[in-house]
Design a protein around this ligand. Structure first.
Ligand SMILES: Cc1cc2nc3c(=O)[nH]c(=O)nc-3n(C[C@H](O)[C@H](O)[C@H](O)COP(=O)(O)O)c2cc1C
Length: 385
């Protein structure tokens, strides 16, 4: 058995010890009921993956009805959801992982079918540059303030439900990122304009969330922030913008920064002459806050490579769908039995239900495309390595 660094514990800035550095990446699995209430299937799916990892980040939950981004998505938008969410938090914690509820508003990255008739909202009335994207409505000043309250209220509910923390989903082009982006934020009031002003929304959300923590939780409650370091849109968020943002995050009381990328070693999309992996550049900027890196990490060796760059945590997405016991197998020297291929015969066992399978199949860049489950007795060959 090898002494992998990622199996070592780590202490967060708030003093909480996390048993190891492996994180379940947040992954929407579309298993909630249509009103956003958690289902037993979803609880079982999460619990199955909570035995080995130090931190388990749930699929993203919407903070208000117009912020719902997917069918079958978990909601944290009203107090009636607390009972179900507390079952989810308990199930995760009972297996030893810290339970982190990821929260967001999808902003312009949804449509009025998913929101059941509500027009999507954003910083400005600019549609995402995607085929078929609905043009959102610009949030009024009062609505911006109310949306910030919705983030705070969602945090209060996460605390009431017994979660160990929340993660603000400021990545992957959703509302928090839409305020930072010069593409989606064309406002001329205090919420838009210069980079500093575009950061005012996420910074205010963070401050309000931290106030809720102070009022309703103990210092052990974990607050993380997930961001995408760049975006393709023109004009769009640059790596320098993100470095500036991370510098500001150093001065807050959050406990970690989660850098969302499809490949952990990705270099700049916007500046092709820059060959230094983004994660290494951000490590230098984030001197005070632990970093979570993610993206195409499958094997223990790949995970250890990331640790060698002094990154604090590695998050696994695809790999923990396929192999819920990845950490346990590595820790007990059974690496040879780690699954790297998804077999149709295992889908039930893995808790992957039909809507989730559909979701995965439609996802660009997901290797499972081509999966033929019409006859689910057939072995599905998907190569990940
Ligand atoms: C099915 C699926 C659902 C996802 N849902 C979320 C989500 O709810 N929140 C989020 O921040 N990222 C989400 N992601 C992105 C993952 O957290 C992760 O960053 C990405 O899959 C890259 O890591 P991997 O290569 O280890 O899978 C999702 C990814 C997948 C494949």
């Amino acid at each position: 058995m090898k002494n992998y660094q990622f199996l070592n514990p780590i202490i967060l800035p708030n003093g909480v010890q996390i048993k190891n550095r492996v994180v379940l990446a947040p992954m929407t699995e579309q298993m909630a009921f249509q009103d956003g209430t958690v289902s037993l299937e979803e609880i079982n799916y999460m619990q199955q993956r909570a035995g080995g990892v130090g931190l388990l980040i749930t699929p993203v939950a919407y903070i208000n009805k117009e912020g719902k981004g997917f069918e079958g998505q978990l909601g944290v938008d009203d107090d009636h959801k607390i009972a179900g969410l507390s079952k989810l938090a308990f199930a995760i914690k009972s297996r030893g992982a810290k339970a982190i509820l990821q929260i967001f508003s999808a902003g312009r990255m949804t449509n009025s079918h998913i929101t059941r008739g509500l027009k999507p909202v954003s910083a400005s009335a600019i549609a995402a540059p995607r085929n078929g994207a609905e043009c959102p409505r610009e949030l009024s000043q009062d609505e911006v303030v109310n949306t910030i309250k919705d983030f705070a209220e969602a945090t209060r509910r996460a605390i009431a439900a017994g979660f160990d923390g929340i993660e603000l989903h400021g990545a992957n082009t959703y509302l928090l990122q839409q305020f930072v982006s010069p593409h989606s934020n064309r406002r001329t009031d205090q919420w838009g304009g210069s980079l500093e002003k575009r950061l005012f929304f996420p910074m205010t959300v963070i401050n309000e969330v931290l106030k809720v923590k102070e009022k309703f939780a103990t210092p052990e409650f974990i607050v993380g922030y997930r961001l995408s370091p760049e975006e393709m849109e023109e004009p769009g968020i640059s790596l320098d913008d993100t470095k500036y943002f991370i510098d500001k995050l150093q001065q807050t009381d959050i406990d970690y920064i989660h850098v969302s990328m499809g490949n952990v070693w990705r270099t700049s999309m916007r500046d092709q002459s820059d060959s230094v992996p983004i994660i290494k550049q951000l490590r230098k900027v984030s001197s005070k806050k632990p970093l979570i890196a993610v993206g195409s990490i499958r094997t223990p060796e790949q995970a250890e490579d990331v640790m060698n760059s002094e990154i604090d945590f590695i998050a696994l997405g695809h790999q923990l769908i396929i192999e819920p016991n990845w950490v346990e197998k590595v820790a007990s020297g059974q690496e040879d039995s780690i699954r790297y291929q998804l077999h149709a015969a295992d889908l039930d066992d893995l808790g992957v239900k039909p809507p989730f399978l559909e979701f995965i199949r439609d996802m660009p860049g997901f290797d499972i495309l081509g999966l033929d489950y019409a006859d689910n007795r057939e072995i599905v060959k998907v190569t990940y390595l």
